[in-house]
Design a protein around this ligand. Structure first.
Ligand SMILES: [Zn+2]
Length: 242
């Protein structure tokens, strides 16, 4: 099933200039399912996030597709020196479909390359978020007794994404990672709730509710989230008073 959603696309490596084939998802075919609480998208038959990384088999340079190129000359030198010099070219074709271990390895390599090329704070935060989502999805495929490590990694990358996006908010202009400020507010409010940082979550939700540009759907989602926050704050207070 998953295979039918994929095709191969020729990509030119931004570092070594060699061509390679990357598995790409036919997005027109995707059938959306209910997303997770934090907007992580879900689709029938396939998790397209697994395929959102380009990795050059010749030199090892790897990045999320949206950040694969262009690179500055300085970034190319950094990657050549710190990644490519130590990379053994991959032989043979790619697997027909990626399992989560394979996809996660790609994301880990992508993170290493982002740090090496001194990517923007938001690019690194976005990679952390997607890695966290990959570990969440991987954990869902494991029996509960075996999912502990995946859960820990999911949490650790989630926290890094949260910290990184907050930093990006004060240093970068929108759109950030393709998100407008309302989408970012919603995403961060969800993550803040997860970490029980309710005052930050409340502020982000208020931004959405007070916005002139947020549509009805967005405001409804923000109202639902506000209910969650209010209930959680009450529960915390009861626990303290008990
Ligand atoms: Zn390359």
């Amino acid at each position: 099933m998953e295979k039918e959603y994929l095709f191969s696309k020729k990509i030119k490596c931004a570092v070594c200039q060699e061509l390679f084939e990357a598995k790409t998802v036919r997005t027109a075919r995707l059938r959306r399912k209910q997303p997770d609480f934090d907007l992580r998208p879900r689709f029938q038959d396939i998790d397209p996030i697994k395929y959102d990384v380009y990795s050059c088999p010749h030199c090892g340079y790897t990045a999320l597709s949206r950040y694969f190129d262009p690179l500055t000359k300085g970034q190319i030198s950094l990657v050549l020196e710190n990644i490519c010099m130590h990379f053994t070219p991959t032989e043979g074709p790619e697997p027909d479909i990626y399992d989560y271990e394979f996809a996660i390895a790609r994301y880990e390599q992508s993170l290493k390359c982002s740090e090496t090329k001194k990517a923007s704070v938001s690019e690194i935060a976005y990679t952390h978020l997607k890695l966290s989502w990959m570990y969440r999805a991987y954990g869902e495929t494991l029996p509960e007794h075996a999912a502990g490590e995946a859960k820990q990694k999911e949490e650790a990358y989630y926290k890094k994404a949260y910290d990184g996006f907050q930093k990006a908010l004060s240093t970068e202009d929108f759109p950030i990672c393709g998100m407008d400020s309302l989408t970012m507010d919603y995403l961060l409010a969800c993550i803040a709730c997860h970490f029980k940082e309710y005052s930050f979550a409340s502020r982000a939700v208020s931004n959405i509710l007070g916005s002139q540009t947020a549509d009805r759907r967005m405001k409804d989602k923000a109202l639902d989230l506000k209910d969650v926050i209010v209930t959680a704050i009450k529960k915390e207070a009861e626990k303290k008073n008990a």
